[in-house]
Ligand binder design. Structure first.
Ligand SMILES: Nc1ncnc2c1ncn2[C@@H]1O[C@H](COP(=O)(O)OP(=O)(O)OP(=O)(O)O)[C@@H](O)[C@H]1O
Ligand SMILES: [Mg+2]
Length: 370
């Protein structure tokens, strides 16, 4: 799929903007604070109904205005879909092909977006909960059943922890109750693990090659990190049973569950070394990018369509060669919309092939003014 055009009004620092995009590479360029990220954000909001960088919708509305409006035409092969979103301080109005959509989940399934933005580096630099959240969000988009399993697991985990905490307070624990809980807990934990492991395996099927293409370095993979031995002949479930019984006394003392997918993590390994501790900033950036590009492939496999790729400020910290490797790589796969402050640093052939959008102070500068 690709976004053919967008119309925005009273969004962030934009009054009115009407733009047509190319189905391949689009480069939004301009100085700092002119509205490049805001434009990507408008595209993201059009598809996902909320911002990737702010949870407060009101900040999206242009200052001193009451209503923000975004409209876009999406092309899916020969089909055309019109998406519209209106934002006021208290309400959000969604329309698909001019009919109002009440349920957000019915709306966001239409436009698939993969975004890379500077804070994504936290995926490597940050703590494990950021990576678990990421994998949960991505898997929920790919398989509709994942979210149900995750919700069930989280409910059971909470019940289990409540029970363990009760033990601290009262010194009493209902063993038969916790045994029953554990049967379900182990069942859901195992399902969650299997789905996550499958996701990581599929990503690994693509990511080594992609990382090599853009960085020139081989042997990059993701590793699903869990304190269950994945190379053992003993099943995940049986190992979890053993671990739970091993930690029984400690869990009852601290009042929380010590093993299970809620403790797992993902490692970004280059030649076996974790990029979190050994990677340069540029390598970390390329690793997250490779992950996003691998996800495009997964989307193509599962959804039989290509999502739209939004890359915000992706070039800073990449040298000339890596920048152009990246551009060569992305042009082939998906409609890509990139922001940059430094157009001059890109290869001329690539610039000539791309649709250039020059933004200054929330306005489009026409080609003759460039
Ligand atoms: N609700 C709003 N109303 C009006 N202006 C806003 C609003 N929210 C943000 N802005 C303005 O938008 C501008 C920032 O735009 P944006 O983040 O898109 O910049 P950018 O071009 O991506 O810059 P950089 O290259 O530094 O990333 C700032 O001047 C900011 O004051
Ligand atoms: Mg920006």
């Amino acid at each position: 799929m690709y976004l053919k055009n967008i119309y925005i009004s009273n969004f962030r620092n934009y009054d009115v903007l009407n733009l047509t995009f190319s189905p391949s590479i689009n480069i939004i360029y301009g100085n700092n604070a002119q509205g490049k990220t805001n434009l990507l954000e408008a595209i993201y909001v059009l598809g996902m109904t909320k911002s990737h960088r702010s949870s407060i919708d009101n900040t999206l509305i242009k200052m001193n205005e009451k209503v923000s409006y975004i409209k876009g035409v999406l092309m899916i092969e020969e089909d055309q879909k019109q998406l519209e979103i209106g934002l006021s301080k208290s309400k959000k109005l969604l329309k698909l092909n001019q009919s109002e959509i009440k349920k957000i989940s019915d709306y966001i399934s239409h436009m698939n977006i993969i975004i890379f933005y500077p804070e994504d580096l936290d995926l490597i630099k940050g703590g494990p909960s950021i990576r678990r959240r990421y994998i949960n969000v991505e898997l929920s988009q790919l398989y509709s059943t994942y979210l149900d399993v995750l919700n069930d697991y989280n409910k059971l985990l909470k019940m289990r922890n409540d029970c363990l905490k009760q033990n601290i307070k009262t010194g009493y624990i209902d063993d038969s109750y916790i045994q029953i809980l554990d049967q379900y807990f182990i069942e859901k934990a195992s399902l969650l693990y299997q789905m996550r492991k499958k996701f990581i395996d599929k990503i690994n099927h693509y990511i080594t090659e992609i990382f090599k293409d853009i960085s020139g370095l081989d042997n990059f993979i993701l590793n699903y990190h869990t304190n269950i031995d994945l190379n053992s002949d003993i099943s995940y479930k049986d190992q979890l049973v053993t671990k739970l019984s091993k930690h029984k006394e400690v869990e009852r003392k601290i009042g929380s569950t010590m093993v299970g997918p809620h403790k797992d993590d993902i490692q970004f390994l280059l030649d076996g070394k974790d990029l979190k501790f050994y990677g340069s900033q540029g390598q970390q950036r390329l690793a997250v990018l490779a992950l996003k590009l691998a996800e495009i492939k997964l989307f193509q496999d599962y959804k039989k369509d290509t999502p739209i790729l939004l890359l915000d400020d992706v070039f800073s910290e990449l040298d000339f060669i890596k920048r152009n490797n990246l551009l060569k790589h992305i042009g082939k796969n998906a409609q890509t919309i990139i922001t940059t402050t430094e157009l001059e640093l890109l290869d001329h052939n690539l610039i000539n092939k791309s649709n250039l959008i020059h933004i200054h102070d929330g306005k489009l500068i026409s080609k003759s003014e460039v």
